[in-house]
Write a protein that binds this ligand. Structure first.
Ligand SMILES: Nc1ncnc2c1ncn2[C@@H]1O[C@H](COP(=O)(O)OP(=O)(O)OP(=O)(O)O)[C@@H](O)[C@H]1O
Length: 262
């Protein structure tokens, strides 16, 4: 089988995938994808609708486990450890590899409790003062603290869409993840809220390995250092974002970024 490793890097990858296939029943959504994701970079996954971006993203923290009939083959390692190994604690894995979804999905709880939820269930704090500190730090990192510090007991669902999405990012950050997966995090947001999330991604770069699925090529160009282009379940090209957008090696990539399809 041809290995499509299109990333050449000397850095130790945070996530490494080799020959990954993902199936929904009989249908194969991801075909032989091998990719290395580094800590210091924001990595964008782009490609036409249905090409498998979200499916592949979900395989990186085993969210596909929750879909009946979904099956993942191949090797996916986090810090060199196979995440599909039976010894892997999936709850722990999803704390290390957090996820932010298309539609902001705060819990119907207070702003404080949304952020405190993860640290509480993972036992990350010894007392209320420590928890307060985690909540404040997480909201600071998500760029939301100043807007909510005087109303932490208000419901998270009463915030604006953009604020809700930053609350979801704070919730992911609160359990001290190493990787944050973002599945079209701005698709439900207006341009101003989108710009804030993009700024936030800039600020978070380097602290977490970030992978973002986006339909918006300008967004991929703005926020990422590396871009992977998917088509019909295969990884067509993976490389420096500037190269992918100005000098793609593959005809298919060129056709997509110049708007010929997708
Ligand atoms: N839960 C599911 N059950 C069955 N098939 C699925 C499921 N989710 C996705 N698929 C199929 O897998 C393929 C890849 O879908 P996926 O959502 O990963 O693509 P995508 O590139 O993220 O698309 P979009 O950009 O439209 O969100 C599609 O053919 C889709 O119909």
């Amino acid at each position: 089988m041809k290995e499509a490793i299109m990333s050449s890097t000397t850095a130790t990858p945070k996530i490494s995938t080799r020959s990954v296939n993902v199936f929904y029943g009989e249908n194969q959504a991801i075909k032989d994808v091998s990719i290395d994701v580094e800590m210091d970079n924001v990595t964008a996954f782009i490609g036409p609708s249905g090409c498998g971006k979200s499916t592949f993203l979900r395989s990186l923290n085993r969210m596909n486990d929750t879909i009946v009939g979904a099956r993942v083959e191949g090797k996916i390692e986090l810090d060199g450890k196979n995440i599909y190994d039976p010894s892997m604690d999936v709850v722990q894995l999803r704390a290390r590899v957090g996820m932010v979804f298309q539609k902001p999905n705060p819990f119907p709880k207070s702003i404080y409790d949304n952020v405190a939820y993860g640290p509480r269930i993972h036992g990350l704090c010894a007392n209320k003062a420590e928890l307060d500190m985690i909540v404040e730090n997480s909201l600071q990192k998500a760029g939301l603290w100043d807007e909510v510090k005087d109303r932490l007991t208000n419901s998270g669902t009463a915030l604006s869409g953009g604020q809700q999405q930053r609350l979801c990012i704070a919730r992911a950050i609160a359990v001290d993840p190493e990787v944050i997966l973002m599945d079209e995090p701005c698709s439900a947001l207006d341009p101003i809220a989108t710009a804030k999330i993009e700024e936030l991604i800039h600020d978070l770069r380097g602290k977490y390995a970030i992978i973002i699925v986006t339909h918006n090529m300008q967004q991929a160009a703005r926020v990422s250092q590396r871009t992977a282009f998917f088509h019909l379940g295969t990884l067509v090209e993976f490389g420096e974002t500037s190269e992918i957008f100005t000098n793609p090696r593959e005809e298919k990539t060129k056709d997509y970024i110049t708007g010929r399809y997708g």
